[in-house]
Design a protein around this ligand. Structure first.
Ligand code: TEU
Length: 547
């Protein structure tokens, strides 16, 4: 039975709005969040033991990365059983406890569904591979070699090399947009669609509140398996992600039929108020918006901001365009488990910290459901590694630094292994100093965790910040964005200089500034002066909250 969360968070179930309206999400990279049994690997019971911290922080929903049985070639994104828990991460009982303890605190729980591919060890693939003429063969994408031999077309794996591997027994290739150990499902086959309807229902029956949909843009492939146009040369030793980007992905990704699948999923999930949140990596805002059109996905992550180095003008231009194409449909993220942390990407040190919170503050005012990635609230830079773990790095002999830097253990305190585990963590990294830990920051009122917590509290206090219609205000430079939503105004000055922005009317006062110690003009003025690389949230006089 689905437990009913209390109304403590901002997500309301009042019959008129879905729970995720106004909510703030938090991504838990399960392997690295908290280890309860001392084997160096994060687990579900570890998460349960840390729920009070997440309530204190003020988030409303948790997204758990895959914890299903998996041989672990892609750290859980190669699932061998969609309806079970890997012993590495606990048991189904641990999952049920986590859900009920989260709900008791008003926290929603979302799980990660990986529909583009299974593990090579999934029973479906074993059957498909061993019986080329059997009924399960078409659950996957098989193709004969190209006329002169070799892979059927020029599609590449995200993780390096061709997107095809040869099954010598049958002489056919299987398709994999990721590792060979992650064979792609054939979403043109109705049997695949039926299986996933059941998987979604199975998790909803266990009480989950929604799904993060992995590689939602990748499911359906061109029926004729045509070559992708190549737009740049590929050189020896190139980063595999760059080699992947050397093609226009006209035929392997973002096919229109993907949206039909999510319309079908919506029919399964909407009656049970479960959110569908897609990882959609489509090239243009208009194409992204199709996925969150009525009756399809509820929201999609806008990943480009999570990939970008510090480039304020580019960032603000794409954020405005994406917002305007789907005002309630975007889940704003600056960080996830696949890319360098924003503090590092944005220049490191104090500049990285300042810039990250300035952008996050803007994201909290864009509608949609923003997500923080574990440790973002501590303003962590990437961890200092002692070796490679990510298959992307291992497979490409270090040609890419891979995704390990953002996956190091959550630093709970200054003790051995930062309180993550009683033994050596699965990923080898340097211990963080006390001021980068939760315990250290909770004890210091000026530490980042308190700024993020205050920001979430201000958002909860002023629902206009996400609910009122958004009007962009003219800004004096392309490195500045300003907006007004009812009784709330936000000015993001991402430039290196102080800037003044006219809000069009007097009577505003600051509710939150991303930098401590900002001095703001008097409420009598209609112009707000904002320091460099700072975002300010203002409210109508009389509506303010003491930050
Ligand atoms: O990542 C998907 C991913 O790598 C793409 O979004 C990619 O960035 C895009 O297609 C453009 O190249 C997800 C998971 O987050 C990641 O951890 C997994 O390794 C991957 O899927 C495979 O499941």
């Amino acid at each position: 039975m689905k437990a009913s969360p209390s109304e403590q968070g901002t997500g309301k179930v009042d019959g008129t709005e879905p729970w995720w309206r106004g909510a703030v999400g938090y991504e838990i990279y399960v392997r690295s969040f908290a280890d309860s049994d001392g084997d160096g690997m994060g687990d579900l019971a570890g998460i349960t033991s840390r729920l009070d911290y997440l309530s204190w922080l003020g988030v409303d929903a948790l997204w758990l990365t895959p914890f299903y049985p998996s041989p672990g070639h892609d750290h859980g994104y190669d699932v061998s059983d969609y309806c079970a828990v890997s012993p590495r991460h606990g048991t189904l009982d641990d999952f049920d406890t986590l859900v009920s303890e989260a709900h008791r605190r008003g926290l929603r729980v979302m799980v990660d569904i990986v529909p583009n591919h299974t593990s090579i060890e999934h029973a479906w693939f074993s059957r498909a591979r061993s019986s080329p003429n059997g009924p399960d063969r078409d659950l996957y994408l098989w193709a004969d070699p190209a006329p002169g031999g070799g892979p059927p077309n020029n599609w590449r794996s995200h993780f390096g090399g061709p997107a095809w591997s040869l099954d010598e027994a049958s002489g056919q290739y299987w398709c994999h947009l990721f590792l060979p150990e992650q064979p792609d499902l054939n979403w043109r086959n109705p049997a695949v669609r039926d299986e996933f309807d059941s998987i979604l229902s199975w998790w909803m029956d266990r009480g989950v509140d929604g799904f993060r949909v992995d590689v939602a843009h990748g499911l359906v492939k061109d029926a004729e398996l045509r070559d992708n146009p190549q737009i740049a040369p590929i050189t020896d030793g190139m980063d595999p992600f760059d080699a992947f980007g050397a093609f226009e992905h006209r035929y392997d990704m973002d096919q229109s039929e993907n949206v039909e699948i999510f319309r079908r999923w919506n029919q399964v999930c909407a009656p049970r108020q479960a959110m569908l949140l897609g990882e959609v990596n489509a090239p243009w805002p208009g194409r992204m918006a199709r996925y969150v059109g009525p009756g399809a996905l509820d929201q999609a992550f806008f990943l480009r901001a999570a990939f970008l180095a510090w480039a304020p003008e580019t960032l603000l231009t794409m954020v405005r365009a994406m917002h305007d194409a789907a005002p309630q449909g975007i889940s704003w993220v600056l960080s996830n488990h696949d890319r360098s942390r924003p503090v590092t990407r944005f220049g490191g040190g104090e500049a990285g910290v300042r810039r990250s919170l300035a952008v996050s503050t803007l994201f909290m005012a864009l509608g949609g459901t923003p997500f923080l990635y574990q440790g973002e609230e501590l303003a962590l830079a990437d961890g200092v590694l002692r070796g490679y773990h990510d298959p992307v790095s291992v497979r490409n002999a270090g040609a890419t630094s891979g995704r390990d830097g953002c996956r190091t253990p959550m630093p709970w305190d200054g003790s051995a292994h930062n309180g993550f585990s009683a033994s050596e963590p699965w990923i080898a990294a340097e211990r963080r100093p006390p001021e980068e830990t939760i315990a250290g920051q909770q004890a210091d009122p000026d530490a980042p965790v308190h700024r993020y917590r205050t920001l979430l509290a201000v958002r909860r206090q002023h629902p206009d910040m996400w609910r009122a219609p958004l009007e962009w205000i003219d800004a004096p430079s392309p490195q500045v964005a300003a907006l007004r939503r009812g009784t709330v105004a936000v000015v993001a000055n991402l430039s290196e200089r102080p800037t003044g922005v006219s809000l069009g009317s007097p009577g505003w006062e600051p509710a939150f500034a991303s930098q401590p110690g900002c001095r703001l003009g008097s409420p009598a003025h209609d112009t707000v002066s904002v320091p460099p690389e700072t975002t300010i949230v203002l409210t109508r006089v009389g509506e303010s909250f003491t930050a």
